[in-house]
Design a binder for this molecule. Structure first.
Ligand code: ADE
Ligand code: ZN
Length: 315
C-alpha cells in the first residue's frame, strides 16, 4: 500500500468484530478451548473462503464464531483488530458485534461484552484509538428475539452508541424490525442498518423511513433508484461501503465495476470499510489500496473518503 494512503487518518464505521477473526487466531482459540474443527489446518480453512453470495459467507462466519467462548477470547479478537487499525492509521472505530450469535450458543451476554469492552478501553489508552460500539440484531431471527437481546443489553446501556441490523438480507426487510428499533431509539441509541447490499433499494427506503437510521451500511444498490440517490445526497446520509466484501460476495463482478467513486463524485457521503476483513482479504488499508489499483482513485478522492469517515462518526 502506498505510504501516503496508509498515513491518512481514517475511521472505520462498518466492521463486524466476529468477521475480524483471522484463521490463525481461530485455530489458536479452538486449541485453547478444546474445540474440534472441520478443517485440517489454516490453509484448508482459507481455501474455504470462496463465496457466491452473502449466505454462503454467513454460514462459514457463524461456524467460525463457535470458537469464541470466554471473555478472554472476545478480548483477544478485539485487541488483534485494534492492532491492525493502529498499523493503518485508523484512529476511530465503531465496530458491530452480534450478541445473538453467542447467546444462542449459551455464552452469557456479559461475557461477550466484557471482553470486547476491555479491549476497546485498552485500545483507547494504549493505542489512542477512540471507539463507539454498535449492537447488531440478526435479521434472520424474529423481532421477538431482537427485543430479548435489547433487554439483555439495557443494564449495560452506556457500553453502546447504537443498534444495527445484519445477517441474511433478502427476504428479511427492515420493516420487520420497526418496533425494536423504535424502542432502541427511545433509549437514546443511534440506529444504523445493512440495506442495499444484496437487497433492493426499497429496503434502503424502509431503513430510512421506518427504522430512522443515521447511516446506511453498504447501500450500493441505491444507485438503481434516482429518487433515493437524490435523497441521500440532499440529506448527506453516510454510506459505509465495503469494496472488498462486495467483490468477495459477488455484489459486483470485479473491483473495476464498483460504484463507490461514481457515488463520491455525485456527492454521496461514502466511506471505505472492511466489513469482515479476515474473510474478505483485507482491512481498511487494503480496501483503499484496491480502489487505487482498480478504479484509479486519486489522492484527492482518498482524502475525501477518509474525511467522510471522520465526519460520519456517531461517537
Ligand atoms: N454479518 C457480517 N457481515 C455481514 C454482511 N456483509 N452483511 C450482512 N451481515 C453480515
Ligand atoms: Zn456488514
Amino acid at each position: 500500500m502506498p505510504e501516503w494512503l496508509n498515513a491518512l487518518p481514517k475511521a472505520e464505521l462498518h466492521l463486524h468484530l466476529e468477521g475480524s477473526l483471522e484463521p490463525e487466531l481461530l485455530f489458536a482459540l479452538a486449541e485453547r478451548n478444546r474445540i474440534a474443527l472441520p478443517w485440517s489446518d489454516v490453509e484448508a480453512l482459507r481455501a474455504a473462503y470462496a463465496f457466491n453470495n452473502l449466505q454462503e459467507f454467513l454460514d462459514l462466519y457463524y461456524q467460525g464464531a463457535n470458537v469464541l467462548r470466554y471473555e478472554q477470547d472476545f478480548y483477544d479478537l478485539t485487541w488483534a483488530y485494534l492492532l491492525r487499525c493502529k498499523e493503518q492509521n485508523v484512529i476511530h472505530v465503531e465496530p458491530f458485534f452480534d450478541p445473538q450469535t453467542h447467546t444462542d450458543r449459551g455464552i452469557p451476554f456479559e461475557v461477550v461484552l466484557r471482553g470486547i469492552q476491555q479491549a476497546l478501553r485498552d485500545g483507547e489508552k494504549q493505542l489512542g484509538i477512540s471507539h463507539g460500539l454498535i449492537l447488531s440484531f440478526l435479521r434472520h431471527l424474529p423481532e421477538e428475539e431482537a427485543f430479548k437481546t435489547l433487554e439483555q443489553a439495557m443494564p449495560f446501556r452506556d457500553a453502546f452508541i447504537g443498534v444495527g441490523l445484519d445477517s441474511s438480507e433478502k427476504g428479511f426487510p427492515p420493516r420487520l424490525f420497526e418496533r425494536v428499533f423504535a424502542k432502541a431509539r427511545s433509549e437514546g441509541l443511534h440506529a444504523v442498518a445493512h440495506a442495499g447490499e444484496e437487497g433492493p433499494p426499497e429496503y434502503i427506503w424502509e431503513a430510512l423511513d421506518l427504522l430512522k437510521i443515521k447511516r446506511i451500511d453498504h447501500g450500493v444498490r441505491a444507485i438503481e433508484d434516482e429518487r433515493l440517490m437524490q435523497r441521500i445526497i440532499d440529506e448527506q446520509i453516510p454510506l459505509t461501503v465495503c469494496p472488498l466484501s462486495n467483490i468477495k460476495l459477488c455484489v459486483f463482478e470485479h473491483m473495476s465495476q464498483h460504484n463507490i467513486l461514481e457515488m463520491l463524485e455525485r456527492g454521496v457521503k461514502v466511506t471505505v470499510n472492511s466489513d469482515d476483513p479476515a474473510y474478505f482479504g483485507g482491512y481498511v488499508g487494503e480496501n483503499f489500496a484496491a480502489l487505487h489499483e482498480h478504479l484509479g482513485m486519486t489522492e484527492d478522492q482518498a482524502r475525501r473518503l477518509a474525511q467522510n469517515s471522520l465526519d460520519a462518526r456517531l461517537a
